[in-house]
Design a binder for this molecule. Structure first.
Ligand SMILES: O=C(O)C(=O)C[C@]1(C(=O)O)C=C[C@@H](O)C=C1
Length: 97
C-alpha cells in the first residue's frame, strides 16, 4: 500500500468511526431519556435508585452478547457500569425534587 493509499484508507475508516460515534451518542441519549422516566417513577413510588439484582442480570446478558459479537466482555461490563453509575446519580437527584 502506498502512503497515499494508506491516507485514503485511514480517511475511509475514520468516516465510519464518525458515523458509529454519532450512533452511540444517539443511542445513549435515548437510553438516558428512558432512565430519566425510570428515575422519576422510582422516586414517586418510593423505590430505591439502585437495583443490584437487575444490574447483575444486565451484566450477565451483556457479557454473553459481547462474547458472541466479538467485543471484550470485560470492557462491556466496565462500560455498562459507568453508564449505570451515572444513571443512579441522576436517579438520586429526583429524590430531592
Ligand atoms: O432498571 C432500573 O431499575 C433502573 O433504574 C435502570 C438501571 C439502568 O441504567 O439500566 C439503573 C440503575 C439500576 O441499578 C438498574 C438499572
Amino acid at each position: 500500500m502506498t502512503p497515499d493509499e494508506a491516507r485514503q484508507e485511514l480517511l475511509r475508516l475514520r468516516s465510519s468511526i464518525d458515523n458509529l460515534d454519532a450512533a452511540l451518542v444517539h443511542l445513549l441519549a435515548e437510553r438516558f431519556k428512558c432512565t430519566e422516566q425510570v428515575g422519576r417513577l422510582k422516586a414517586n413510588a418510593g423505590m430505591p435508585p439502585a437495583d443490584p439484582a437487575r444490574e447483575a442480570v444486565q451484566i450477565a446478558r451483556l457479557r454473553a452478547l459481547s462474547e458472541t459479537s466479538g467485543l471484550d466482555p470485560h470492557f462491556a461490563e466496565k462500560f455498562l457500569n459507568v453508564i449505570i453509575a451515572e444513571v443512579i446519580q441522576n436517579h438520586r437527584q429526583f429524590l430531592d425534587e
